[in-house]
Ligand binder design. Structure first.
Ligand SMILES: [Zn+2]
Length: 286
């Protein structure tokens, strides 16, 4: 069994503010992971969820990809264990790609971290990732930066979004199977989108919308209909999915051909004859 531990770094002053900032170092089996900013709010929210993808670290701008983390870590919880599967591509400098933690040790580490961070906030010390870095950069131009967000605000925001995503994943998984794995190819006539995509991303792009909150019934109803239509398309009947693409894009003043351009940028300047009826979704190796 692996162990996970969080160590809060020494705090330092944040220029022109009454605040200090700190960061969190992640240790696996007493070994420190070299990193950018700890992606505290998301990771903290994720620690409550059974099946989920997340970014462990991020950039000062809040975009993990900007700091070189282009693929997510996958977390799976069972009754007694939590596993973290790191992406195969080298972006996280870990000893292994798969870690298995004792669930109790894992959850205790998160509870302790949360409590310690809240104590620090009472002393005006906030996480580096929770400062309005953009705001500070533009301070000279007269912008007033937002105060840092608290770990509890940040965690709640992510929990709401992740529980909604997790609900969306289960709706899709029930109908078309594992919605996380990249198993679909998008084709238009003789062209194939060069990467495989997950059912979740594909259906999200079909309805041109992603979940924001767990109780957004209008969204989940739309998602369910699109998922059923997607399942029909996989069997060769594209009528329903074409209707859904047309109406979803029309809702945002877009046309169905914008869905095609989303996958095939090369059409962007030459889209006159695009016909969404010619789109195909393939779920077997080419
Ligand atoms: Zn950045």
């Amino acid at each position: 069994m692996d162990t996970i531990k969080f160590i809060i770094t020494e705090s330092s002053d944040v220029k022109n503010t009454p605040y200090q900032s700190c960061d969190v170092v992640v240790q696996f089996n007493e070994e420190e992971l070299p990193h950018a900013f700890f992606n505290a709010n998301q990771v903290m929210a994720v620690s409550h969820i059974d099946f989920v993808e997340f970014d462990l670290f991020t950039c000062s701008c809040g975009e993990p990809g900007c700091a070189g983390f282009q693929a997510p870590v996958f977390q799976k919880k069972s009754e007694k264990q939590v596993t973290w599967q790191f992406p195969l591509a080298e972006m996280y400098t870990t000893q292994k790609k798969l870690y298995s933690f004792d669930r109790e040790q894992f959850e205790q580490a998160f509870t302790n971290l949360f409590n310690e961070l809240q104590k620090l906030e009472a002393e005006n010390i906030f996480l580096a990732s929770n400062f309005d870095h953009m705001g500070y950069e533009e301070q000279d131009l007269g912008f007033e930066p937002h105060p840092p967000i608290t770990i509890s605000e940040g965690t709640d925001w992510w929990k709401n979004r992740l529980f909604a995503e997790s609900k969306a994943h289960s709706i899709i998984t029930e109908t078309v199977g594992d919605s996380f794995s990249d198993s679909f190819t998008v084709q238009y006539e003789d062209k194939s989108y060069p990467h495989k995509v997950s059912a979740y991303d594909l259906i999200g792009s079909i309805i041109n919308d992603f979940p924001r909150g767990e109780d957004d019934d209008v969204y989940f109803d739309k998602l369910k209909k699109a998922t059923d239509a997607f399942a029909l398309a996989l069997k060769g009947d594209y009528n329903k999915i074409v209707d859904i693409i047309q109406s979803s894009y029309a809702e945002n003043d877009l046309e169905a051909k914008d869905f095609i351009c989303r996958w095939f940028w090369e059409f962007e300047n030459n889209e006159a004859d695009l016909d969404v009826k010619k789109i195909r979704f393939i779920n077997k190796p080419l």
